[in-house]
Write a protein that binds this ligand. Structure first.
Ligand code: KG4
Ligand code: ZN
Length: 355
């Protein structure tokens, strides 16, 4: 333990198209660490990929190579610490795009090796899972037992996971998407409607202007498990667009489609989360991942939680989409649990890492 009991984590995230570095001061506790975010820098590559209508892995990796040093320098400067003050290096080891992951992982390994500091490989989805607890007073040493069981919905561009947390340390996956992820469906629908990348924010912006939302199917809403499917919903939108050629030139028709699609996606996500919350008698519900930035989903899940008298946790908007702060928080939790950090030489990127 250090003199003031505070340890510094430098966290790095490059799993997709955001180059991000964050510095956290951590003080370990009995159940939960107390974390203070000293800096959190995110350099987005949206402009670079928008002309391709999606993330191009090699373009993303090259941009990470260019950005990783300036972003890390900025995070250290904003945190007002020197490299020598870093106690642990944390990095997203997967899942994600392998060319992107490799940049962050190899950079973190070189840094930890040169500094002779241990490294903590973090599962990106664990970062999302814990992101609702960043910057909460509850992160002061414990997440109270009365918040559990907690049903957690993680909705990102690559994953849709419903998990059950029995306490702040234990969780299990209840269900996942069997095809497209929720964010992926938003992005594909946006592409069908020729809206710019990334599609999620565009679809929800346009949906707000709808006069008559189109009625789309709600795949697997009544299935007896906690899995999801969004590929059929996306295909229903495709057929609708093909059968209504006027869509291409009418922003009103596009708005009606966006609202119909968003209603269907949110309905399925909320219905299944609510069913799980009822079955497991959840005391709280959490929402995270890029799609958690969707206002309609946030409001619907908050209303559901209220109805079930469950507490609702959702990160602020800037912690829904990819960032390094959630990776630092997950690393702090792992250390607090007694998980041993690794020697830099021993870790490697894994694009298919499971939660
Ligand atoms: O978590 P994230 O930043 O990256 C992954 O780990 O995949 O999530 C990105 C996804 C994209 O698919 C994006 O379209 C979606 O989150 N997204 C949204 C919104 N903002 C971002 N989807 C719906 N509504 C939004 N407001
Ligand atoms: Zn993510």
């Amino acid at each position: 333990m250090k003199k003031n009991n505070f340890h510094t984590i430098l966290a790095i995230e490059t799993s997709c198209d955001e180059t991000a570095t964050s510095v956290l001061a951590v003080s370990f506790g009995r159940d939960f660490p107390k974390t203070t975010t000293l800096s959190s820098v995110v350099k987005s590559q949206i402009k670079l990929h928008s002309k391709f209508g999606g993330v191009v892995p090699e373009v993303a990796a090259r941009a990470h190579v260019k950005n990783i040093l300036p972003v890390t320098e900025q995070a250290l400067a904003e945190a007002k610490i020197k490299l020598a003050d870093v106690d642990y290096v944390a990095v997203t080891a997967g899942p994600g795009l392998i060319p992107s992951l490799l940049v962050g992982v190899e950079f973190a390994k070189a840094l930890a090796f040169a500094l002779n500091k241990p490294i903590i490989p973090v599962n990106h989805m664990l970062g999302h899972l814990y992101s609702p607890f960043a910057r909460l007073p509850a992160t002061s040493y414990q997440l109270p037992a009365h918040l559990f069981p907690m049903v957690s919905l993680i909705v990102s561009g690559g994953h849709t996971i419903l998990a059950l947390m029995t306490d702040s340390k234990h969780y299990r996956v209840l269900g996942e998407t069997v095809d497209d992820a929720a964010g992926e469906a938003f992005d594909k629908v946006a592409k069908l409607l020729r809206l710019p990348y990334p599609g999620g924010p565009q679809v929800s912006k346009l949906a707000a202007k709808a006069k008559q939302p189109v009625n789309f199917p709600r795949p697997m809403i009544n299935s007896k498990n906690y899995n999801f499917s969004f590929s059929g919903l996306k295909t229903a939108v495709l057929y609708y667009v093909q059968n209504n050629p006027a869509t291409a030139k009418s922003s009103q028709l596009k708005a009606n489609i966006c609202a119909g699609f968003q209603n269907a996606a949110v309905d399925v996500l909320v219905t299944k989360t609510m069913r799980a919350a009822k079955e497991f008698k959840a005391k709280s519900i959490s929402l995270s991942g890029g799609v958690a930035a969707n206002q309609k989903l946030r409001e619907a899940l908050q209303a559901t939680s209220y109805k079930l008298q469950a507490k609702f946790f959702v990160p602020p908007m800037n912690l829904c989409t990819d960032n390094a702060e959630m990776i630092g928080l997950a690393a702090a939790l792992m250390l607090n649990l007694g998980i041993k950090p690794k020697k830099p030489q021993t870790i490697k990127a894994d694009p298919n890492l499971q939660l």
